[in-house]
Design a protein around this ligand. Structure first.
Ligand code: MG
Length: 499
């Protein structure tokens, strides 16, 4: 088994792998007889409906050699004048496995609950907003879904996650509306507002007025903001459960990362599960609005899980990390290591167990969990196994998002202040600063009166990171390798839109 993993990793490290999942072939057990249960047809590939592609344009968009950058027909296509652009990968997968969604949704009170998620919805048609119109409680929504090992999971999440969020928020309508209209304050807010429930820093969070604090006769203070965060977290959980339930009947393949932004009651909530990223550019400065979840950033969580449940390692992997692979001749010798409790390194004497393959191995984009997958959060992957084994990867993957909150209405913004949401195809070859500089250059040449400027900024970001084709490769202006991945970008203006 270890030799199998070794061979797989050698292939990984030597190649130009850019997908999140290793290029290992999936275990194949072909059916010799017609299965008795009909197999559902997979959803046909498609691009976001707001791009309004004709069949011919859709066909051309899939050309891995041309890599045509797609963008909106008119700047009014998306709410707030949001800009969007995308391009397909350079051949790592047949279809563009990124998906995007931009919606305005209205939530009704749970007493009027419309059981939208129970309805027999056709996943192959564009989303219809099923929530009843109510002008008192609504939210704006942007979502990017970066699929791997197929587009099915990303496509499903792009069509349904917003409804899961709607369903969770529905339970809160009466509480949140009451909070706005009739505060339930019993005590002033003394909590440290620079830390939200996800344990992440929340830049630009301003202390809410004391009267927005709720106690509900509980011993702990509960803030409206943390109720929304909880709703997002539960929506992600429900989405992953639904994909698990319906992956066979709807032939939902692979997995996906998810990055969504919700604007609700004056605040932007950015929920991220995976390695897509969001930043805010405000007065030329960049503010990180998401945290990447990769085998490296989540090493300690993965190691802790494995140390508590060693059976998950299938007696083939070690949960310890070493600075390099241990060789047989190093048995009983001293070597640096770290476990789930450590961020630094210490020495230990190498034992037989340490010769197993590391649970987390590789660096940067080549880091993998069990030599198999390069992201640790997102939806799907319920059937993913370590190559040629029965060891399941899913227990190590989490669908839980990290959520950051930005007090949009509490800050002044000008027309050049934007939020950038991008899949890793964008961020792999460009820094936050470079993104801010590119966007600024577009805004300098296209003033605030030009409604297409956000779309042009999105288009320019994709063009720059896709690069140009030179000698059978794609190159950045610097000559370095450009992004070979699918690239999808939203540019969301922050000044006075929709409020
Ligand atoms: Mg990607």
């Amino acid at each position: 088994m270890i030799s199998r993993v070794k061979a797989a990793v050698t292939g990984l490290l030597g190649g130009s792998l850019s997908s999140k999942q290793s290029a290992l072939p999936a275990p194949c057990t072909p059916e010799k007889e017609t299965p008795s249960v009909p197999v559902a047809k997979p959803q046909p590939p498609c691009r976001p409906s707001f791009l309004k592609l004709s069949p011919e344009e859709f066909q051309k968009s899939g050309d891995h050699n041309a890599r045509i950058v797609l963008t909106l027909e008119t700047p009014e296509e998306l709410h707030w004048g949001t800009g969007y652009a995308e391009v397909i990968n350079a051949g790592k997968s047949h279809h563009n496995e990124d998906q995007a969604c931009c919606e305005f949704l209205v939530v009704e009170d749970s007493d009027l609950k419309h059981n939208s998620l129970q309805s027999d919805q056709n996943l192959n048609t564009d989303l219809q907003i099923l929530c009843k119109v109510n002008d008192k409680f609504s939210f704006y929504y942007w979502g990017l879904f970066d699929g791997h090992a197929g587009y099915g999971c990303a496509l499903t999440a792009s069509k349904l996650l917003q409804l899961q969020i709607c369903d969770q928020l529905r339970e809160l309508v009466h509480i949140l509306q009451q909070t706005t209209a009739a505060p339930l304050c019993l005590e002033p807010d003394t909590r440290n507002r620079n830390e939200n429930v996800s344990g992440m820093s929340t830049p630009e969070i301003t202390n809410p007025p004391a009267e927005t604090t709720m106690r509900f006769h509980l011993e702990k203070q509960v803030f409206p903001e943390s109720l929304v965060i909880g709703a997002l977290e539960n929506a992600f959980k429900q989405m992953d459960k639904r994909i698990e339930r319906e992956r066979t009947t709807h032939s939902i393949d692979g997995g996906c990362c998810a990055l969504v932004t919700v604007y609700l009651m004056g605040k932007l909530y950015v929920a991220n599960a995976g390695d897509s990223r969001a930043i805010i550019i405000r007065e030329g400065k960049t503010i990180e609005m998401s945290h990447e979840f990769t085998p490296e950033t989540e090493r300690q969580r993965l190691q802790l899980l494995a140390s508590i449940n060693p059976e998950l390692l299938g007696n083939e992997f070690t949960c310890l990390e070493f600075p390099r692979r241990i060789q047989q001749k190093e048995l009983k010798k001293r070597m640096l290591y770290r476990d789930h409790t450590m961020t630094g390194w210490a020495y230990k004497t190498i034992e037989e167990d340490d010769m197993k393959f590391p649970l987390v191995y590789g660096e940067g984009k080549k880091a993998r969990v069990m030599a198999t997958i390069g992201v640790t959060r997102g939806f799907g992957d319920h059937d993913l196994k370590v190559y040629n084994s029965n060891i399941s990867i899913k227990p190590f993957l989490s669908c839980m998002p990290g959520v950051k909150v930005y007090d949009l209405d509490g800050c002044d913004h000008n027309a050049d202040d934007v939020m950038i949401m991008g899949t890793d195809g964008l961020w792999d070859v460009i820094t936050d600063r470079e993104v801010a500089d590119i966007v600024q250059r577009i805004f300098t040449s296209h003033g605030p009166d030009q409604s297409n400027r956000y779309n042009l900024a999105a288009q320019e970001l994709v063009l720059r990171t896709r690069g140009v084709r030179k000698e059978n490769s794609w190159r950045l202006p610097t000559g370095k390798l450009a992004s070979l991945d699918d690239i999808s970008v939203f540019v969301i203006p922050l000044a006075g839109q929709g409020r």
